[in-house]
Structure formats: C-alpha cells, structure tokens
Design a protein around this ligand. Structure first.
Ligand code: NAD
Length: 437
C-alpha cells in the first residue's frame, strides 16, 4: 500500500519504518526540515533500540523515504496517518493545532480517495472535527470528485521497546465508520498476528485515553500505598509482589517511585480530565491520580533534605534523566522537575544519563553533566536514582563509597536491595520501605 505518515517523531518514525518493513511503500513527512535532512542522511533523531536498523534496511530497499514536502506526500498516498504532536495547552486541553493544520493541508491537496488515520493521541470527537475540517476546506471543484474517510488507530507503543511493541502489539484498535476504511486497515495490519478490535471512531479515541489513564491510576495507586508502607514499616516492593501475582491485578505498573512522566501520561491525563469536564463529568479519580504523582517528586526532595539538613551548596549526584530507561526522551521527566526543585533550594547538581546527555544540555542550565556514574558520585553528599537504567543496578559499591563525600543513596526507583546497601556502608533511602531507620 502507499502510505504517508505526517509527523516523523517517536510515533511517526517507528510507524513508518515498521509499516515499510511489512512491505508497504511509506513516505514519512515532517515540517521540521532539519529533522528530515538528517533522516535522509540516515541520522536518527531519537534513541530507540533497533530503530536505526529498520530505517536503514527499508530506505535501502526503497520502501521508506523522507520529505518535508507534506503536500506532495499527501498526493502520493492512499492512506495518510496523522502522527503530529498533541501537547498540553496551559488549561490542560490537548493542543490540536497540528492536527487541524494537517487536515486542512490534506483537503487542499486531495487528488483521489484518501483514508485519513488519526495515530496521534487525541480527545474523543477529534475524528468528527478532522472530517469536518477536510470537508469545509476541500476546494469546490474537488467536492463531488474525491471521497475520503477518517479513522482512528491509536498507538500503544512504549518508547524504549517501540519496534517490538509495534510489531507484536497486545491488540490493534481501529475506529472506523465505513467499510472501505475498515477493509483497508484490516488489510494493512493483516501481517501482524494479533487481535484487531474494530469500533466506532469515538470509542477508539476513548480507548487510548482510558488505557493511559488506567495505567497512570495504577502507578499512583501503588505510590499511595507506598506512603502507608513507609509510615508503618512495611515494604512496598513486597506488597506489590503480593498484589501483582493476583491475575486480576497483574504486576506491571506497580512500581512505587517518583511517579510517571514522559510525553504521554501527564498530557493525556490532563486532556482526558478536560474533555470529561467539557462533557459534564468531573473526573475526580484522575485528578487524585495527578496529585499523587506530583507529590511523589516533592516527597523525594523532602527525603533528600531530611538526609542532608540544608540543601544550599550541597553536592547532589543524579543518576538517570530520561523519564524511563531505554529512551533519551526528557519530556516531563520526573528527574528534570526534581533537579529544578533542588536547584531552587541552592543545591549543586551533577548528573549522568546513558542516552539523553545531548538533550539535557539544552534544558538543564547549571547542571554539571558527567561522563559516568562515578564522576557523578565523586564528592557528592548524596546520590539520587531517578531512572531505573539497568546499568545503575550493578554498581561497584566499594568504589562508590570511597569517592562520595557522604555515602547516602536516595533510591527514587527502588532498584537496590536495602540490606545490601546497608551492609555496604550506605545510608539507603528508598520509596515505601523504611529499613534505613
Ligand atoms: P514528536 O514530538 O516526537 O513528533 C511529532 C512530529 O510531528 C514532530 O517531528 C513535528 O515536527 C511534527 N509535526 C508537528 N506539526 C506538524 C505539521 N503540521 N506537519 C508536519 N509535521 C508536523 O511526538 P510523538 O512522541 O511522536 O507523539 C506524536 C503523537 O503520538 C502524540 O499525539 C502522542 O501523544 C502520541 N503517542 C506518543 C507515544 C510515545 O511514546 N511517544 C505513544 C503513543 C502515542
């Protein structure tokens, strides 16, 4: 099939590369000329394991190409995926300017039947607005001539394992209102051996917001439990294990810590709360979820302060900046917010992340970015774990203790065994586990 993806970010690039790998002819379009110029030279703008191989292979086989000429890309394709960003506005609503702009451009460049697929995460009823926007912007001469359909096909990939998630999804959701759209999408996804749920467009849109919100609730739930564990002497890691083995609950997303971040959960929760309110429902459960999440970051700063007394001029080493491991994505990363809170109290920050140092340069003024864990730890009053990268899980504790000013570890992701830390001479402060007392 001839496919165009508009928006070549985390989702657009992975979707484009994977659909090309399934044998389709794919054009990835983006209005960021620098990004497209880099991609044409096979420079991948994001860190995503395995992505470069898929991009290179399919570009070589001439199934995947890149352009900043969005209009031409629209003309070439029968199926057009919209994968532009949908960030939060100040009032929490999703900013759909990009989606609307793309819909207008599609209308103005229609040259035959088009299936327009929402891949971006959008509030319920966006599909109707996209359809309306295309209809009113279609030049009169084309109105009777060209037919089009709108569909919703939300993306559930996780950064860090995006290729595998795209190729082996738990399910594919397609929201459609016509047989043509349904058949095209069923045919497109036929090679992926998974359950395909066909719904109306609005239900598909809500499935995405509801899924992300549910996962956020789960994280905030265990974080709330961690507070009770902490004040009673229980261990939240054991509690999560005991809960998670119940098949009705499941172990995933039950890790207490400094909360969720990233470009999806915070913004999608805000957008869902806002769209629910617009439709007359006050989504208090999600508001509470958001509050718990915010409080986890403040809690970490308080723990550091309790351990160090005054923060002014204290040297704090932060391990991990990305919002989760195996990505370089710093959008709404808890580490960034925590560093800013610590800096506001006068602390001096050193930091290291395995993949996001280039991106960190631009957004963390005043932070000394280090080349590794040990440079970060040297002369630090405490070491903070903000992202659970595997390489932080096995450190040379003896070497670490020698070079730190004070052997204090504040483990915001509960990646260490508290007993091992204590035995190695560290003061260990985790989340929802009080062994250090
Ligand atoms: P991104 O910021 O990485 O990429 C968006 C791209 O769209 C950018 O390259 C930008 O230049 C381009 N763009 C914006 N407006 C454009 C326009 N008018 N014409 C052409 N290009 C335009 O964002 P992302 O992380 O890929 O997310 C895209 C959408 O997918 C969002 O709605 C997001 O919520 C959703 N989503 C993201 C993830 C994820 O893990 N990142 C997962 C599922 C869904």
């Amino acid at each position: 099939m001839n496919i165009t993806i508009i928006g070549t970010g985390y989702v657009g690039l992975v979707t484009g590369a994977c659909l090309a790998d399934l044998g389709n002819k794919v054009t990835c379009a983006d209005n960021d000329k620098t990004k497209i110029a880099a991609l044409k030279k096979m420079i991948i703008p994001i860190y995503e394991p395995g992505l470069e191989d898929v991009v290179r292979r399919n570009a070589r086989e001439k199934r995947l190409n890149f352009t900043s000429d969005v209009k031409e890309a629209i003309k070439k394709a029968e199926i057009i995926f919209i994968a532009v960003g949908t960030p939060s506005l100040d009032n929490g609503e999703a900013d759909l300017t990009g989606v609307e702009n793309v819909a207008k451009t599609i209308a103005q460049n229609m040259n035959g039947y088009k299936l327009i697929v929402e891949k971006s995460t959008v509030p319920v009823e966006t599909g109707s607005w996209v359809e309306h926007t295309i209809r009113v912007n279609l030049p009169k001469s084309k109105k009777a001539k060209f037919k089009f359909d709108v569909a919703s096909n939300p993306e559930f990939l996780r950064e860090g394992q995006a290729i595998n998630d795209f190729m082996n999804p738990d399910r594919i959701v397609i929201g459609v209102e016509s047989e043509t759209a349904k058949n095209l999408l069923l045919e497109l996804y036929r090679p992926l051996n998974t359950t395909i749920i066909v719904t109306d467009i609005k239900s598909a849109e809500i499935i995405k917001h509801a899924s992300n919100s549910f996962l956020a609730v789960k994280i905030s739930f265990i974080n709330a439990i961690s507070r009770v564990c902490e004040s009673t002497g229980a261990d939240v890691v054991k509690v999560a294990e005991g809960m998670g083995l119940d098949k009705r609950i499941g172990r995933a997303f039950l890790d207490a810590g400094i909360g969720y971040g990233g470009s999806c959960f915070p913004k999608d929760l805000d957008a869902f709360i806002t769209i629910a309110k617009k439709n007359g429902y006050d989504f208090q459960l999600l508001k509470a979820t958001r509050d718990v999440n915010d409080s986890q970051k403040k809690l970490l700063v308080k723990k550091i302060k309790d351990a160090l007394w005054l923060l002014k001029d204290k040297q704090i080493g932060v391990l991990g900046l990305s919002f989760k491991p195996n990505t370089d994505d710093l959008r709404s990363a808890p580490a960034i917010e925590i560093i800013k809170q610590l800096q506001a109290e006068g602390a001096k920050i050193k930091a290291f992340d395995p993949q996001s140092m280039d991106k960190a340069k631009n957004i963390l003024p005043g932070v000394k970015l280090c080349k590794d864990v040990y440079e970060t730890a040297r002369n630090s009053d405490c070491l903070v774990i903000a992202t659970e990268w595997n390489e932080f899980k096995k450190l040379d504790l003896r070497a670490l203790k020698k070079i730190m000013l004070q052997p204090i570890i504040v483990d915001g992701r509960n990646i260490y065994d508290p007993k091992e830390m204590l035995n190695s001479g560290f003061r260990y402060i985790g989340i929802g586990r009080t062994l250090e007392k």
